[in-house]
Write a protein that binds this ligand. Structure first.
Ligand SMILES: *Cc1c(COP(=O)(O)O)cnc(C)c1O
Length: 392
């Protein structure tokens, strides 16, 4: 393991502070490192591995597709692409979808579609976007331009012009920034990277109302909080609203790289051939992953399962908040939860890792819990036991 770590660091551009563990394989909700040490996984590869690591149905459909072909190009049709388009429009309730390869790309496409909608609807002059502080929408220049965290953006300025940041859960701060040049408001119904902050209903419903009144596109970034994660298929469903464009990635391919944005017909149809594209997006291997993921979600009733186990996880975390001085608060929905500490979480995350528990941070002071959705109560108990030992 030491050789893997050392030689990787020699040759890889140094953009990550990695933990000193090299994983070899996964099984269920457990990971094994190259020394065969076992870890209970509450990170899920950052909310990606919704089905855990050894779902046979999922693996078999991918293997079958590998035998047939992994890539044909977007100038042609394929059965897996047709099926994925049917599946994703069904679970989102949207009319049309575009497949790409990541969350950043999904948000790039969403921004372009929103801009195109403004142009097609007689608002050519509209070039401003409202986003939120602590928002995370990705690392490419467009997605980064609407990401709230200053230290991610500043080295790369100038960014996309016309982006304004409101305060999350403060509707008045949004109203102050919206004007006749605004073409989109982009928001996560439950902020992930920013520290696991769920939207207040009045906030997100208020944004919906502003967008309706002024013909502004509301973009919901469901890259992390979507795909059953919060106990609903998509997090905006908790609030009784629907966005004009939604973006997805992380959980939608359950481990294969897939991103997507989807919209109702009157928005989606603003794009015509030539307006947007991708070489890899929608390839049959990725689409087989989407189709297998969605059919396993339905067979295993994973959304209801995430709601049930998530409730239990919330109770256990609340127990820690009451018991441990270092725990300040717990927040979240379903199997997307945070535990805020009064100090930096890194030493605790490291200590948990040594005891065979994978946790993730969301900002400096918040431990994030985004396990595979197939997790059971006994795993929550195992995690709570280890965390109880680790926290002072
Ligand atoms: C992870 C994430 C992204 C970026 O996704 P990538 O696949 O890393 O490009 C965008 N939005 C949200 C909410 C995310 O959590």
């Amino acid at each position: 393991m030491d050789t893997i770590i050392k030689n990787t660091d020699v040759h890889l551009i140094n953009t990550y502070k990695r933990y000193p563990v090299a994983f070899d394989r996964g099984e269920g909700v457990y990971l094994y490192d190259t020394n065969s040490k076992r870890y209970l996984d509450f990170g899920g590869g950052i909310a990606v591995c919704a089905l855990g690591y050894s779902n046979d149905t999922y693996k078999d459909s991918l293997k079958r597709q590998i035998d047939k072909g992994m890539h044909f190009s977007n100038y042609f049709y394929s059965e897996p692409l047709k099926e994925a388009a049917e599946n994703v429009t069904r679970i989102t309730g949207m009319d049309k979808v575009f497949f790409c390869n990541s969350g950043s790309e999904a948000n790039e496409g969403a921004l372009k579609l929103a801009r195109k909608y403004a142009i097609v609807n007689g608002h050519e002059h509209r070039h401003e976007i409202v986003s939120m502080d602590k928002a995370f929408h990705g690392r490419s220049m467009g997605a980064l331009s609407v990401t709230g965290t200053k230290k991610y953006r500043e080295p790369y300025e100038p960014m996309l012009a016309g982006v304004h940041f409101a305060t999350y859960n403060d509707l008045d701060s949004v109203k102050e920034l919206v004007n006749d040049n605004t073409y989109a408001i982009i928001v996560e119904a439950l902020q992930g990277e920013g520290g696991i902050y769920p939207a207040e209903p009045e906030f997100i419903q208020g944004i919906r109302k502003i967008c309706d009144e002024r013909d502004i596109i509301m973009i919901c970034d469901e890259v992390q909080c979507g795909m059953g994660r919060t106990g609903k298929m998509f997090a905006f469903e908790h609030y009784g609203i629907r966005p004009d464009i939604m973006t997805m990635a992380k959980g939608i391919g359950a481990g294969i790289t897939v991103g997507a944005f989807a919209a109702p017909k009157q928005v989606a149809d603003c794009m015509v051939p030539g307006d947007h594209g991708t070489t890899f997006g929608g390839n049959p291997l990725a689409m087989a992953a989407v189709n297998a993921t969605i059919s396993e979600f339905e067979r295993l009733k994973l959304v209801a399962h995430a709601a049930e186990i998530g409730e239990y996880l919330g109770e256990q975390l609340q127990g820690l908040v009451e018991k441990k001085d270092v725990c300040v608060a717990t927040r979240g929905l379903g199997l997307m939860r945070g535990l805020e500490l009064s100090e930096e979480v890194a030493p605790y995350v490291n200590a948990a890792l040594e005891r065979g528990l994978v946790l993730m941070a969301a900002g400096a002071n918040v431990i994030r819990f985004v396990p595979p959705l197939v997790i059971e109560k006994e795993h929550v108990d195992e995690m709570t036991r280890i965390l109880d030992e680790v926290l002072v």
